[in-house]
Design a protein around this ligand. Sequence first.
Ligand SMILES: [Zn+2]
Length: 355
Amino acid sequence: MRRWLTIGVLAGAMSVLACDIAAAQPAPPFTVGPVTAAPGTTASGTIAVPARNGDTGTTIPITVIHGVKPGPVLALTAGVHGQEYAPVLALQRLLETVDPKTLSGTLILVHVANMPSYLGRTIYYSPADRKNLNRVFPGKEDGSLSERIAFALTKNVIERATHVIDVHCGDGNESLRPYAYWITTGKPEVAAAGKQLALAFGLDHIIVDNERPSDPNASIYLSNTAITRGKPALTVESGGLARTDEASIAAIERGVSGVLKHLGMRAEGPPPVAQPIWIERSEVLRSGGTGIFYPAVERGHTVAQGTLIGRVTDFHGATIEEIRAPFAGEILYVIGTPAISKGEPIAFVGAAAIK
Ligand SMILES: [Zn+2]
């Protein structure tokens, strides 16, 4: 009897051992488009978007940092808009600082999502087709160049990830204070996980966005493409005016470190934001005319309802329009360069509720 007991204990110990061995086994290689990373290694390469419909096509440079242990697959995208440099530089730093030997899971870095706009130094719209890449998701296989870039990102990156963070800043004309968007329109569990991602990223202003589409075939935005496919995702903004300032880049690095810790991908990392300011009402104010924009406020300013945000003149100096705050709140971004066209944003105002 004693003998059988011993054997039973031994068998139990062996099955525990077998589990440990299974848990300790390295993850299999991970492939994104043409790039395959073995466990514990970093691999880089380029997703090709072939020429079509008379254009020249383009390329999307990516890196896969594949941990030794299994875990979530976090995709970070930079350069969706052409003059958003702080995110691009922050990802270059992550390339150096994230060690695959101590990572659980996989990090996919999309260094420059929108190469035509980056190399063409254009804001908002691609020089190839005049489309805003972050308005054409999930993209089309046979569409215009921006639509094909979106399609390539959806298939190769978003569908391979378990979590997505689309990293933006104010475009080359936008003076912006940092904030994250928490998108609430997905399935409740996806929205709840997205909220935790927003807190983990650490930016203290979080815009509550209740208006993103729920159709996966008309997701429009990159992060919403993930959410409509059941994956928690976030859009964050840090930086602007085509600058490469340290504070904006460091805030992105810090945010990613917080998310890596939150997802259990890395042991160390900063804590979530303790007292976020939830922006429950927000509105993009748009210009009624084309000409020269004169801002009357700066990013981060608090405004009362009716406060003058700025004015637009024609090219002969006559004021066309004065733009005023529709409600009391904070200036999340304001256009910081003179060029303005009818219908384009001039400022983003948000009203905060501290919870
Ligand atoms: Zn952007």
